[in-house]
Structures are given as structure tokens and as C-alpha cells.
Ligand binder design. Structure first.
Ligand SMILES: Cc1cc2nc3c(=O)[nH]c(=O)nc-3n(C[C@H](O)[C@H](O)[C@H](O)COP(=O)(O)OP(=O)(O)OC[C@H]3O[C@@H](n4cnc5c(N)ncnc54)[C@H](O)[C@@H]3O)c2cc1C
Length: 354
């Protein structure tokens, strides 16, 4: 069986981002890379959005970017303007196409369906495949989104709605998220922060239809694209294995309080590519222990006081926009962290430190 210097398990967002970063930096000129991916075809299957707080390789895959967003709750609405860090949405279909076109030019890169088809005994393995553990009892951000096209121009495509809490909460945290790609086209998602063991939260289609018809008051529309998923708001428990580095959601790249992962994957991929020759000996990359600590307190509060979360989110976004975006994108300094912490209800957070 063929041997490879590097093996990437899972050719999704993290696996392909890493392969691309290695390839464009000439790190696979004299090495062999295997990508193990189970899917038969690549097509648009999800939409990745984030505040662009640093440059990445995929500006040409962006569907739309915005400088304004709003947050709604039953008690009011708040608009945020930030020109420095645009919020970008990436079409995964364009992302996959761009990377696969680049990778196929290098004969040292091969795709496989199963790791048993190659010899990986002496390879460095980058693993993005989540182990099959029952995580139902943990907290997830689970959601369904539909991209709709309307007959008339209805949306203001200059501003997106990050969170609309003015909806059924069912004793957990629930909001709608609307990304207007054009005046007649938007992605609308129903998003829950809860455990996964409650099926009563998963009548997503009904929730979306009700929101589109009753809240957005849209009567005539067609659905162009749908996505459904669940992002773990916990770090998967992986055993430490020699020669294996976990990447993507499996490698702790998800920000626990928000589910944002895409840009952390890009940062991690750059870190690995820059250090690939010595990767086994350098400090493992993480998105910041302080964020892990703060997010765990935040999630404890969220679990115990879901009813307080709309107000907490709304208050957080009343901090200066640059501060809150940097904090949520794990690029904040200590002063910016403090500015956010001071917006939180102190007693509840202090009681939930332990
Ligand atoms: C619908 C959706 C929308 C999201 N939106 C955002 C967003 O807006 N912003 C953001 O920052 N994050 C978002 N995320 C979170 C995160 O960015 C994505 O989940 C991202 O795809 C994670 O990358 P990954 O490589 O860890 O996992 P994946 O992209 O899921 O890649 C894992 C790969 O492993 C393959 N695989 C699985 N099992 C096997 C096996 N046994 N053998 C071989 N291959 C296997 C899969 O087919 C897949 O290609 C979203 C997640 C989902 C599900």
C-alpha cells in the first residue's frame, strides 16, 4: 500500500483549507499528501459567515458582505455599524471548487474514500472527523436555514439581522438570523442553543414558514437552497495520539459561545503550514484559553437562565462595535475583554464561575 507523509482525515472545511494552505505555500512539492473523504461529490452544502478580522484565502468565494447589522428582542432593536471588519458570507460550493481545482494540479495529492486504502503508519495525520460519541446531552447550536427568493424587492440588503429573539423561546435560547444577499434573496435561519435530545425543538420548517409569513410578511417566495446542521458548543474529547493533530471542529476550532469556526480554521491552517517541518515539536494551536474560560461561564449562565439571554446579547452589542467584534472573533485585548465583561450582569456571572 502507498505511503504518505501527510494524511488529512475529512476533506471538509478544515481538511481542504489545510490542504490548500500547504499547497499554495509549496509544502507538498516534495511530500505526499492523502485526503480521506467519504462524500461522492462536492456541492454547496453550507454557508459560512464571520467578521473578517484578518485576511484569508477566500475573498473570491464571498456571496456578500455587510458593514451593518441589527439585533432584535421583544424589548427593542439595536443597530451596529462597523466599517473596519465587514461580515462576510462564503458559498461553500465556490470554496470547494476553488480548492479542488488547485489541488488537482499537484500529482503528490491523492483522494481516498477510506484510510484502509493507504499505509499511514509513518504519516502525520490531521483529523477533522468527529468520533462517534453520544453528545446528545451537551449544548449545541442547531439550526435550519432556507435561502428564499421573493417576487418583489423586499429586503434591505445593506444590513443583516444577526439575532431576532422576538420569537418562541420554549425555555431555551432561540433566534432567527437573516442574511439578505440581494433585495429579493435572503438566507433565513432558525437557530436554537440547547441540548439535542429534545425533538420538540426541531419542527424547523414550520418555524421558518411562520417567521417568513408572519414576521417578515412575505407571501410569495421560492426556496433555492436549504442547510441544516448542529455545531458543538463544547470541545470533543479526543485522546492524545502520537502523530495525530486534530483540526476543524474536532480540533477545538469552534468558539464555544457563538459557534463561529470558519476563520479559526483558516488561522489554524496557516499555523500548521508555517510550522509543518517541525509540527510534532511545537506548541499546539488553540483559539485562546481565556475565551474557553469566559465562554464556559457564559454557557453556564445560558443553561440556567435562558430567559435572560436576549437582554444579555443586546447589552453586549451596545459595547463599541470594534470591541465586540474583536471579542467574538477571539482577537480582543484585555481592555476589550473588560469592556465586554462590564456589560454582563455581574452577580449571575460571578455565581456561574464554578
Ligand atoms: C450548516 C452549517 C453552517 C455553518 N455555518 C457557519 C458559519 O456561518 N460560520 C462559522 O464560522 N461556522 C459555521 N459552521 C461551523 C463550521 O464552520 C463548519 O461545521 C465547518 O464545516 C467545520 O469544518 P470541519 O472541517 O471541522 O467539518 P466538516 O466541514 O464537516 O468536514 C468534515 C469532513 O469529514 C468527512 N467525513 C465524515 N466522516 C468521515 C469518514 N468516516 N471518513 C471520511 N470522511 C468523513 C465529511 O464528509 C466532511 O467532508 C457551520 C456548520 C454547519 C453544519
Amino acid at each position: 500500500m502507498k505511503e504518505f507523509d501527510y494524511v488529512i482525515l475529512g476533506g471538509g472545511c478544515a481538511g481542504l483549507s489545510l490542504a490548500y494552505e500547504l499547497e499554495i505555500n509549496g509544502k507538498i512539492k516534495n511530500k505526499k499528501l492523502a485526503i480521506v473523504e467519504i462524500r461522492d461529490e462536492y456541492k454547496r452544502d453550507r454557508t459560512w459567515s464571520f467578521w473578517k478580522v484578518f485576511d484569508h484565502n477566500f475573498d473570491d468565494c464571498v456571496i456578500k458582505s455587510w458593514n451593518n447589522f441589527s439585533i432584535n428582542s421583544k424589548s427593542g432593536s439595536h443597530e451596529v455599524l462597523n466599517k473596519e471588519y465587514p461580515y462576510q458570507t462564503i458559498d461553500s460550493g465556490l470554496f470547494y471548487k476553488k480548492i479542488l481545482n488547485q489541488l488537482k494540479q499537484n500529482k503528490n495529492i491523492e483522494f481516498f474514500k477510506n484510510i484502509d486504502q493507504l499505509n499511514s503508519d509513518n504519516s502525520i495525520i490531521f483529523n477533522s472527523i468527529l468520533a462517534k460519541v453520544n453528545y446528545e446531552n451537551k449544548l449545541w447550536q442547531h439550526f435550519k436555514g432556507v435561502e428564499i427568493e421573493t417576487t418583489e424587492n423586499i429586503f434591505d440588503d445593506e444590513i443583516f439581522n444577526l439575532m431576532d429573539f422576538d420569537c418562541d423561546q420554549r425555555d431555551v435560547v432561540h433566534f432567527f438570523y437573516t442574511l439578505p444577499f440581494a433585495k429579493n434573496k435572503a438566507l433565513i435561519e432558525t437557530t436554537w442553543l440547547s441540548k439535542m435530545d429534545d425533538n420538540s425543538l426541531k419542527d424547523y420548517d414550520m418555524q421558518l414558514e411562520k417567521y417568513i409569513k408572519e414576521t417578515l410578511k412575505i407571501k410569495n417566495y421560492k426556496i433555492n437552497f436549504q442547510e441544516q446542521g448542529a455545531i458543538p458548543l463544547f470541545f470533543p474529547s479526543n485522546k492524545i495520539e502520537k502523530n495525530k493533530i486534530n483540526i476543524g471542529s474536532n480540533g477545538g476550532m469552534t468558539r464555544l459561545s457563538t459557534g463561529y469556526t470558519f476563520l479559526n480554521i483558516q488561522d489554524h491552517s496557516k499555523y500548521i503550514a508555517n510550522n509543518i517541518e517541525n509540527i510534532k515539536n511545537i506548541k499546539p494551536y488553540n483559539i485562546g484559553k481565556k475565551y474557553e474560560f469566559l465562554d464556559n461561564i457564559f454557557l453556564n449562565v445560558l443553561k440556567k437562565h435562558p430567559d435572560k439571554m436576549p437582554k444579555i446579547f443586546l447589552n453586549m452589542f451596545k459595547a463599541p462595535s470594534k470591541t465586540v467584534i474583536k471579542f467574538l472573533s477571539n482577537k480582543s485585548n484585555i481592555f476589550e475583554d473588560l469592556a465586554i465583561i462590564l456589560k454582563m450582569p455581574k452577580w449571575i456571572f460571578i455565581k456561574n464561575i464554578f
